[in-house]
Design a protein around this ligand. Structure first.
Ligand code: ADP
Ligand code: MG
Length: 620
């Protein structure tokens, strides 16, 4: 039979495995055991829902058999097995999720990312073996097939003999090299410790026949070898254990085993609920956002178990979108195994669990904000944006739920602060929660609009994320305090500035000169040293206009702009003079000031050439 080729991506991955830039080769065993366990899960599940299939509990196990002489390591399972097509599809192509990673050449160089984050799984066998043979018989079949490959050149599939349903993965272990002692992987002691380290919680027995030694009967110093079948793992799934039995490393290890991520999780939440609906859950907050988190490809969800049996790998209904970054699992004896995936959504128990989990995550985040500030700031750096989306989306349905989790950079504290902290510090004569929007903290810091507010000693929150102002507009107020942009038309504090009527004719003329570009020109109450700034009236702010106009189906929404003039600035004398002596000059001034205000806002000016000419004619 002709050798078949691997799919291109698989080939690259295999190359990577064989040339193994990844030093942690021992994880191949964890990968193969985890596949074996998954396969047994599947047949166990079948036996529960399909009356025609009966199993004995003892029928489910994984066996590891090392053969030092032949350099063969076999990992067998009594799982669901694979048909010929499945061998081809599952082992000939890399997992769907993995393929994306290969778009990034940098990640190619750094094998750690790939193995950790995407769980390349099966192919890791090639890190330690130069020939991999998989013999498998599927659950409904009386035929068995053999898949064999020695690397990227391809693989062969042919019929073979196999008495029982399940899979044998047979590895021909590589010869030792200078850097790596592959022999080790055939050593019973090493295998036992690898199983303990990585696969202790696998719920099926992992068996190995081990050579032991005992005193010969009747002898006092003569020993004899004998063989004994040993179960290498403790088999209790981690989430069934009591919290006090577990060390932080246990959770970290479990997190890695599950391929949730390759870095330790930032936070672990282990919860046990008993009552109308009982369940165990282990939830993780990752220490970094997955590479695809803020894309459409990202799929949220928790693993769902019914009494220890995996029924769904990614149950999306258990998590609201705004907590979509949470990983982990839920196990409940109160869920029916038979339930179909579509029905799951309408399942009362499941909805109850989802609600509880939502509350638990929120509670944990709040206490993290309170007691583990640094951690929370790190979390917020990764997932704060998602929380803000959460406030904005679904027409603000969840805004109350999430508002206490928000943080923004503070002009006075020079760090992220919560809204609660802001409000508790508000001055007696301060009516609003002030915010300023811009590209970066440095740029906002320089905004003329913030001058007077800062002068009064009021704190300002800096919004640097596109979503910030949209979320805040949805929130409208916090603890009865209204949010107010430093650029908003009405700042609502009483300053004894000059009566605006005084210069009305000048401002009307300037507005006219600007030809519809602004809704109004007026004297500013917020400027101290700067000559001009833009303010705005109405729902759409200038910053929002920028964001909206960057969207693909540009809705061409414009903010109602107001040009504010600092009448205390000496440049205003020139304006007054021009108004009485040279109207054309004032026209030019109006345009210059307007363009200047646009530039300060980071907005493009309509006619840069005209602007440049005007500046030059001033210099002349
Ligand atoms: P993953 O486990 O993340 O799906 P792997 O590369 O580890 O990725 O395995 C690929 C697929 O091959 C599995 O999803 C499964 O369908 C199949 N497979 C691997 N090992 C076994 C096995 N021992 N028994 C049955 N199917 C298996
Ligand atoms: Mg796997």
């Amino acid at each position: 039979m002709a050798t078949k080729e691997f799919k291109a991506e698989s080939k690259r991955l295999l190359d990577l495995m064989i040339n193994s830039i990844y030093t942690n080769k021992e994880i191949f065993l964890r990968e193969l055991i985890s596949n074996a366990s998954d396969a047994i899960d599947k047949s166990y599940y079948r036996s529960l829902v399909d009356k025609n299939i009966t199993f004995n509990k003892d029928d489910f196990y994984i066996r590891i058999t090392p053969d030092k002489e032949k350099r063969i390591l076999t990992i067998s399972d009594t799982g669901i097995g694979m048909t010929k097509e499945e061998l081809e599809n599952n082992l000939g192509t890399i997992a769907k999720s993995g393929s994306l990673a290969f778009k990034n050449e940098n990640e190619m160089k750094d094998g750690v990312d790939i193995i950790g984050q995407f769980g390349v799984g099966f192919y890791s066998a090639f890190m330690v073996a130069d020939l991999v043979t998989v013999k498998s018989r599927a659950i409904d079949s009386d035929k068995a097939y053999k898949w064999e490959s020695s690397g990227p050149e391809g693989y062969d599939i042919e019929v073979c003999e196999k008495e029982t349903v399940g899979t044998d993965v047979i590895l021909r272990i590589k010869e030792n090299t200078e850097d790596e002692n592959y022999d080790d992987f055939l050593d019973e002691y090493r295998i036992r410790s690898l199983v303990k380290k990585y696969s202790d919680f696998i719920k099926y027995p992992i068996k190995m026949i081990v050579k032991k030694s005992r005193l010969k009967e009747g002898s006092e110093d003569e020993y004899e070898d004998y063989f004994e079948d040993e179960i290498l793992n403790s088999m209790v799934p981690i989430w069934r254990k009591n919290k006090n039995e577990l060390k932080p490393e246990d959770y970290d290890q479990f997190y890695m085993d599950k391929h949730f991520g390759y870095e330790k999780p930032l936070k672990v939440i282990h919860t046990k609920v008993e009552g109308v609906v009982s369940y165990n859950a282990i939830l993780f907050i990752p220490s970094r956002a997955p590479y695809d988190f803020y894309t459409k490809e990202f799929q949220k969800g928790l693993e769902l178990y019914s009494n220890g049996v995996l029924i769904m790998e990614k149950c999306a209904d258990l998590l609201p979108d705004y907590f979509g970054f949470v990983q982990g699992l839920v196990d409940s004896a109160d869920l029916s195994l038979n339930i179909s995936r579509e029905l799951l959504q309408h399942d009362r128990q499941l909805r109850f669990i989802a609600k509880k989990i939502n509350d638990k995550i929120k509670k944990e985040l709040l206490s993290m904000l309170k007691d583990e500030r640094e951690k929370y700031v790190e979390f917020y750096g990764n997932f704060g944006r998602q929380l803000k989306y959460g406030i904005y989306s679904d027409f603000g349905t969840h805004k109350e739920e999430l508002q206490d989790l928000l943080m923004f950079y503070s002009s006075t504290e020079k760090k992220l602060v919560s809204l609660d902290e802001y409000v508790s510090r508000m001055k007696e004569d301060q009516k609003h929660i002030y915010y300023a929007t811009g590209e970066s903290i440095e740029k906002i810091e320089k905004l003329p609009q913030t001058e007077m507010i800062k002068d009064k000693g009021f704190e300002i929150l800096y919004f640097t994320d596109d979503i910030d102002e949209f979320a805040i507009k949805m929130l409208m107020n916090y603890k009865d305090k209204e949010f107010k942009s430093v650029s908003s038309g009405d700042l609502d504090f009483d300053t004894d500035s000059k009566n605006t009527d005084e210069n009305k004719d000048i401002f009307d003329f300037m507005k006219e000169a600007l030809n519809g570009k602004v809704k109004e020109v007026r004297a500013s109450k917020r400027l101290k040293t700067h000559p001009v700034c833009l303010a705005n009236e109405g729902e759409v702010s200038i910053e929002m206009e920028k964001v909206l106009n960057m969207m693909p189906d540009n809705p061409n929404i414009k903010a109602d702009k107001i040009l504010e003039i600092n009448t205390n600035h000496e440049m205003f004398d020139a304006i007054k003079k021009a108004f009485s002596e040279d109207k054309d000059k004032l026209k030019m001034y109006a345009n210059l000031l307007y363009n200047q205000a646009l530039l300060i806002e980071g907005l493009p000016i309509d006619d840069p050439v005209q602007f440049a000419n005007d500046v030059c004619s001033l210099i002349k």
